[in-house]
Design a protein around this ligand. Structure first.
Ligand code: ZN
Ligand code: ZN
Length: 270
């Protein structure tokens, strides 16, 4: 297990994760991760679905629970993060919720193109009805809009649009360069996210092709399992590390109070 923090850990508050929060901490400690961070789903303001994200009334409870866990683990760094959806029609509410608490970092994610939940299997049929190249362009357009808002420190699962294996038929490099430039000027990092390995696409988010472009543009990286069960903490971190190295990275960043803390990447284990 490489010596890397897992910054993407969910909790039962979101309605689709199992286990107790303490079990996630125990898993991170037992796996020897140098630090961990909870990043559960911020309430969604555009739809009411208790299986997708925590309820608005749960947000203060989530913060309190993370604070309690920090107090019970003073010898181990547990960061307070959050994963916030980019919903262009509800940005004021997102901004207001994020400003209310002192997060260590805020993850931004795009799970919706308009009302379409692109990573939900129940809406997968929509990919068959649309032009995949257009879907990619709309999706990454939203990623760039999200980055420009200044609300997010890190974009997570940057190319989650590939989740079910739908691939563009044209060269997307020019689009990926625009994305990388936008992230760089907006001071937004990108997470290497292991969850794609257990999805139909069977790949880390983002792909090596995208990660190389991000590296050329100096976009920093973080690491996350996207754990929704304690056993998933730190999953496939060997693969995340080798992908980062393959793309040319020698450093990653941690976060405390929304400040980047640059760290050298550990060597690839024998
Ligand atoms: Zn989730
Ligand atoms: Zn997500």
């Amino acid at each position: 297990m490489p010596n890397l923090p897992d910054y993407h850990i969910h909790t039962p508050f979101c309605g689709h994760a199992g286990g107790e929060m303490e079990e996630y901490v125990l898993a991170a400690r037992e796996k020897g991760l140098p630090e961990m961070g909870f990043a559960d789903h911020l309430p969604l303001f555009h739809i009411d679905d208790p299986t997708l994200a925590m309820a608005q009334s749960d947000l203060p409870l989530y913060i309190d629970r993370v604070r309690q866990i920090q107090e019970a683990n003073t010898d181990y760094p547990v960061r307070l993060g959050i994963e916030a959806d980019y919903i262009s029609t509800h940005l004021d509410q997102v901004a207001e919720a994020l400003a209310r608490y002192e997060f260590d970092y805020v993850y931004g994610s795009v799970h919706f193109i308009g009302g379409w939940g692109i990573d939900q299997s129940r809406f997968k049929f929509e990919f068959e009805r649309r032009d995949i190249n257009d879907v990619y362009e709309s999706y990454f357009g939203l990623v760039m809009e999200a980055a420009r808002t200044g609300l997010f420190d890190v974009m997570t699962h940057l190319d989650v649009v590939k989740k079910y294996g739908h691939r563009p038929t044209i060269d997307m490099k020019p689009l990926y360069r625009d994305v990388a430039r936008t992230l760089a000027v907006s001071n937004v990092a990108v997470e290497l996210n292991a969850s794609g390995l257990s999805r139909p696409v069977g790949e880390i988010y983002p792909s090596l092709e995208i990660l190389e472009i991000l590296h050329e543009h100096g976009v920093p990286i973080t690491f996350g399992s996207d754990a929704h069960k304690p056993s998933q903490v730190g999953r496939e971190f060997d693969q995340l590390l080798s992908l980062a190295r393959s793309a040319g990275y020698t450093d990653y960043v941690g976060f405390v109070a929304r400040e980047r803390i640059p760290q050298p990447l550990p060597p690839i284990p024998e």
